[in-house]
Design a protein around this ligand. Sequence first.
Ligand code: SF4
Length: 365
Amino acid sequence: MGLVNILQPQQQLQQARWWEPEPGEKVHCYLCPRHCHIGEGQTGFCFIRTNRDGVLYNLGYAQPAALQVDPIEKKPLNHFLPGTRIFSLGTAGCNMGCFFCQNWDISKSKHDQVNSAHLEPEEVVSLAVRYGCPSIAFTYNEPTIWGEYVVDIAQAARARGLNTVMVTNGYVTREAFFDIYDHIDAANVDLKAFTENFYSKITLTHLEPVLEVLQWLKQETNVWFELTNLIIPTLNDEAQETRKLAEWVLNHLGDDVPLHFTAFHPDFKLRDKPHTPPETLHRARRIALEVGLRYVYEGNIFSDGAHTYCPSCHRILLKRSWHSVLENHLKNGACPWCGERIHGVWENLQGKTPVKPRATAASVQ
Ligand code: SF4
């Protein structure tokens, strides 16, 4: 349901975190690996972090451009409170330049080009409670670039027993990573391809920083996370690339991280590419299962690859149709037929997620 029209627009100017002053009233933003050096009166690549008189401000703070109640399967998260609703919001702007962006109307907009509402963190949480959502998602555009707002909402959410979810491209520096993810319960991270060529030419960023963030998530936090790989015909659909991606996930993140292969539809600057054929997703899923990943999904198509199967006895544990959960046979997080434990968060965390200690200054690279 769309909610934005019940709210009154109002301008807000919030000083940013994760920046340092530079000579000549410039500022250096180190929130994401772009490391923008921003002149007075200008914005960074993401359009919503702006230098006013030598101070960096976040124009997205308390200014959501999209508000919606979604099924959590739409994020996609299949192993985190399945079948629940999630209060979802996003702002203008993005720190990547993906030619295939499917939310380009807000992600490629400047702050003053979208119809933003004014919503303080506590108001976001109150709306989530009012709409019966146990979780809040930071999504639609890249939430890292409005990390100050994310952190304040997440803290308010935990105080009220709600969970928070980042739907992210994983393009964040180590300096900001723990400041944000200490407050987050779950994430879906886009692993958009497995070649530097794709990242540099099609997203205008780099692959390696995303792989580093995935390893920090696995090794240094308790955030539950799943991966999404949008497969685009002719650009990242080679079987060999899929195999390398799956092998990297297995070797660096483990076999229990769910991997979603999703179908592309022509959009934004990639309208000359066809829809992803279902067979391409079926093949990718077969490859990832062969490699040894235990939970591999197909998304944006109707498919038996949307269900959660027990990796031991192979029976369907959660039966889905698109974003709906039709059957849930899990018993205490395990297969009711063979007892295999299924990785995931199956009960509401109620804001009590144990969080590993933040890295010490010495460990920050
Ligand atoms: S968050 Fe925005 S301003 Fe900061 S470095 Fe990234 S793109 Fe540049």
